[in-house]
Design a protein around this ligand. Sequence first.
Ligand code: NOJ
Length: 709
Amino acid sequence: MKRSENYEARITQMLSEMTVEEKIAQMQQISYEGYRPEVFERFRKLGAGSFLHVLGRDAEAMRSEAKQAGKTIPPIFGIDAIHGHSLLNGAVIFPSQLAAACTWNPALVKEMGKVTAREVNADGLDWVFSPVLCIGRDTRWGRVDETFGEDPYLVGTLAAAITEGYEEDGLVAACLKHYIGYGEATGARDAYDTEISMRKIRETFLPPFRRAVEAGASTVMTAYGSVSGVPMTAHRKLLREVLKGELGFDGFVVTDWYNVASLRTKQRAVESYADGVRTTIEAGNDMSMNSYPFYDHAVRMVKEGVIPMTLIDDAVRRILRVKFSLGLFDGEKKRLPREVIGSREHVEVNRKLTRESLVLLKNNGVLPLTEKHPRIAVIGPNADDIRAQYGDWTFFSHPDKAPDDCVPESDFYTVLRGIREVFDGSEIIYEKGCDVMEESDDRMMARAIAAATFSDVAVVVIGDCLAQNGETKDRSDLTLSGRQQELVAHLKKTGTPVIVVLVNGKPLCLGDVVHHADAVIEMFNGGDLGGLCVAEMIAGRFNPSGKLPISFPRTSGQVPCYYNTYPGWHGGKYMDAEETRLFDFGFGLSYTTYEYSDLTLSRDTVRAGDVLTVSVNVTNTGEMDGYETVEMYENDLYSSVLTPERQLCGFKKVFVRAGETVRVELPLAVNDLALVNAEEKTVVEPGQFEILVGGGLHQLLSVMLTVEP
Ligand code: NOJ
């Protein structure tokens, strides 16, 4: 957010002239829901501060209508642009946040933010409800696809990058969500209570918000859930004291969908609607998303003196500050021409990001397919399903479910289309084999087996579908559903090499699939170009460089199975499961190999506040140039509270030519080695720290660092 003292003086003046009704109207956001047209009309006339889910041309019309009606404060239009301006058919659809996190490339993620901001702005809108800073640790949760994965450092780095991308050019405001702990709901029950302590919040969940606030985020959205029994919309300490106080957040806080109402109807934390309105305002929410009676109750209670005007003025000041910073007043708003939407330049950014988002999980040497393959079988329920490939939060599913015949207007590629185009000299046979969820019939399976039998190679695209991801789609069983495992087992028996491509919203339990496959590629939800980039990667047109931002469990019962757990588990494993995760956080192969050597520290004895340099040699020992992400972890050997044995504290993606060695330097701030002690204070405790660097948890060099008092 761009701040200016000029706005502040003008806002003070405006606040002194506004009526109570005008002020509260600024705090009301209304959604464009077809089934409540009268409500929408009422608030349109009242001059509501914000609307959501209104798409471009309608927003433009509403804006000029408001002006003509003498409304001097323009509304701010918000949209769920979660991976691109994805609710608009025709805009660039990027890979999901989880897929984008596989790039480990903050510069590219920032570009994704910039492109999205440009498209949203050109469509006449002002505000994106993104990024998601929830931490995807319990992968049964339905919204893991929306996260940047399981690690607070990676989440914070990428969240800061995309926030900068959204905000830097002043085109749109970003919205950090969902504040806070939402993804940690007990049992992965969406919006349910989160049994985490304030210490844990400060250790794990707050740091990403801190980084994204520092990166300039204009708004924050409160989570649906509760923390240790206190609903987030009513959490005065976390909203007013921590977010607005400690973190110095000076933008505005919007509730999530009907949060004020659900304080009574769902959480039963207040007895009346009016109580809910008072509680949420007192706690520090500045704008109510929907919950239409908010307006009437708030106006009345302010007039009766139940809600102090100082709280209202603070909320409205924050909202106006964001509106001024976006240039919404005085016709200052920069609007890009509509032609930027889906432009070639934007598609190029998407292509780069999608290529880097693909993770090679297994390769017995079958890849890349550089020799001529006369016949390729493309098999599987997700081989030609763009809805599954897009995943959640596109025009297919929001704000309403699109009709069955809805087709993307962008130049989109499923894996089938990608393979057809990239391998244009080969005969391509397509068979679905089975469905993702339904008990599909044996004939489908038989046709797929026959296709593989008579082909030189089989590309098998499996995973999950829209019905298995998103709000209210929490899973109790993460096993690959339907007959997909059986399909891969049958294909293996044909003797034809099997390349499995996973198109899914989250890590799934893959059973024998990895064992049966000759190669496995993880796409997650790959957006418009997922299918093309997978085909290009299979053909060896680029060297894969993605790494997992999240761990893969072997069985659902292992969840949560994130890597940065505390020590102290007797036995360290379940008696009925293997000790290891199927794939670790930070894991990803390449068509070349890298060796690490000569790990050094610029100083081996330091104090809090110091910054040192960690250096390591990375040698490309294979035959193909490539990008490698160098990962750095820390291990605080003995500490007053438990700390993870491995905690990511830095990373850098570097380009290394085949046969060459590069010296990579990573800065390490000693303050980043801090822990949150039992008194909830963030402190660096003196002692020994192990600093570990390498290409993943399985391949780390280590060196000791002493922190002196
Ligand atoms: C509910 C979701 O939790 C949130 O992420 C989204 O931005 C809002 N609804 C608006 O659609």
